[in-house]
Write a protein that binds this ligand. Sequence first.
Ligand code: UD1
Length: 323
Amino acid sequence: MKVLVIGGAGYIGSHVSRMFLDRGYSVTVYDNLYSGCRENIFPEAKFVKADILDYSTLEITMKGGFDALIHLAALKAAGESMSIPEKYALNNISGTINILNAASITGVKIIVFSSSAAVYGEPEYIPLDEDHPTNPENFYGFTKLEIERLLEWYDRLKGIKYAALRYFNAAGYDPEGRIRGLEKNPQNLIPVIMEVATGKREKLQIFGDDYPTEDGTGVRDYIHVTDLADAHIKALEYIHSHKESLILNLGSETGLSVLEVLETARKVSGKPIPAEVTKRRPGDPARLVASAVKAKGVLGWNPRYSDPGSLLSTTWKIYGSSG
Ligand code: UD1
């Protein structure tokens, strides 16, 4: 099968591309390299360097005839989305409209979309299942939810079947160490910890230790990117055989606190990783943990690398040997 991976040079997209190649798919990566890295594009993949706002290049590329699109191209800084929403509206929402229109015209019938747990907002109950009300707390989460709604309409009106995969906190690196591109200016907890461990940053700021959690720090559900990549393939194969759209949470169903992540990183790296407690970051919920019962049941998916040790050791393998 032939797949177009839009955003395939990014952190998650490169892991997804790698696994499709490993499973014998023909892969074309479409990426503007705004946050993605050229070194994340594998020699076996074709590459189109272009933006999703460039409609004509999208349409010309899709005329190559693809069995499916994997759409991971997006801006993802939740904080920035609150101060510059127009940038997120344009890139995430308008960009996806271009993708959907090009898919309609060129006859692509399957889209696997990277959605986010940010569509839920502040949890009303834990673990969060797919029936939990969607009430995004930030504009980034709103763009993901809007895209899910667009997908639903293009399914109804154009027969494009989709999987909206609601990722919890993506983390880790390819266990075989084949993906070496680091995120530029990361804001997320694990890459920030890694930059402290390698001396690129002075210390970790722990955003609050007065949350109603066991140790007072924020609890998240970290899911390994290799497990996420596997779910993309399983979702595509499911849609291909069942001709049915899907909305699925992808998480490990385990909560880890900031301190637990930090302790594991210290153990794995053997570095002291200095940290200080600072004030809470606005908009951060105390605890987010997924129910992934649906993905497990429907796809037969089971995370293999999402234990704390594997999450941190696969990441340290890359950061510890970088630069
Ligand atoms: C955020 C977004 C999520 C998005 C993801 C990827 C929200 C609520 N969530 O996840 O939708 O998909 O980023 O971009 O907007 N922390 C620190 N110090 C740091 C960094 C983080 O203490 O320097 C803490 C945070 O307070 C949080 C945990 O670590 O408790 C995880 O934070 P982070 O990695 O930024 O991810 P989320 O905010 O959960």
